[in-house]
Write a protein that binds this ligand. Structure first.
Ligand SMILES: Cc1cc2nc3c(=O)[nH]c(=O)nc-3n(C[C@H](O)[C@H](O)[C@H](O)COP(=O)(O)OP(=O)(O)OC[C@H]3O[C@@H](n4cnc5c(N)ncnc54)[C@H](O)[C@@H]3O)c2cc1C
Length: 187
């Protein structure tokens, strides 16, 4: 982004997808506001941590990508997953100070099996980077709106596939907005 202009982006939905989009945009110098209807962020993510959260899967990337359906969704998700494949997602988790391990099923878990320490560390880092987080704000239709990844039309079995796709599509959405902003700057 140019020095003279700080673009601002509002993201509706503070789950893994929205927060990942916020991270991508904020690290490129965009002023980001995340709005969530609930009294706190990442509530479903926290629920995922209750019974032992698998955050991704260790199987080979090509096989991993075949787990999603229907076929047109698989093609769309593949592009997102290439931006944040499971190995990169695992490294990203480690970057937040959270260790992971591979279970006997190949699923990848945070060492403590919980989501709360990861979410706490992530929200802290986002706030430190200047992302403004707003709760109890319900977004309606807005032009150029980004929302939850799960609202896209895809399915996957349990085993870390859901979260990986949500993080990855959040990253892809953030990168897409950056591309759009840079086009606007050129025009
Ligand atoms: C019990 C449980 C266990 C799970 N375990 C696992 C697991 O082990 N591994 C795995 O991979 N996945 C698991 N999942 C799935 C995983 O948690 C979800 O796939 C993931 O949270 C989806 O992320 P998201 O950002 O797309 O959507 P969400 O997490 O649903 O976030 C969307 C956010 O948008 C907000 N929102 C929606 N509409 C509006 C609006 N109009 N205005 C403002 N805010 C709005 C919501 O309040 C929400 O906070 C589990 C889910 C549950 C419920």
């Amino acid at each position: 982004m140019s020095d003279s202009f700080t673009p601002q982006v509002a993201i509706i939905g503070g789950g893994p997808a929205g927060l990942m989009a916020a991270e991508v945009l904020s690290s490129a110098g965009v002023q980001v506001d995340v709005y969530d209807a609930m009294p706190s962020l990442g509530r479903k993510f926290l629920q995922a941590g209750v019974g032992g959260m698998n955050i991704t899967h260790s199987e080979a990337f090509d096989t991993f990508c075949t787990r999603y359906g229907p076929p047109q969704a698989q093609a769309q998700l593949q592009a997102a997953l290439e931006q944040l494949p499971p190995t990169a997602l695992r490294a990203w988790v480690h970057g937040l100070g959270i260790d992971t391990f591979v279970g006997s099923s190949g699923r990848v878990f945070p060492t403590e099996m919980k989501a709360a320490p990861l979410l706490r560390a992530w929200l802290h880092r986002l706030r430190s980077d200047g992302v403004r987080l707003h709760v109890r704000h319900r977004g309606g239709y807005l032009d150029r709106l980004f929302c939850a990844s799960e609202m896209l039309d895809w399915e996957a079995p349990t085993g870390g596939y859901l979260l990986t796709a949500c993080f990855a599509s959040g990253k892809q959405a953030g990168s897409g907005v950056l591309e759009w902003l840079s086009q606007q700057e050129k025009n």
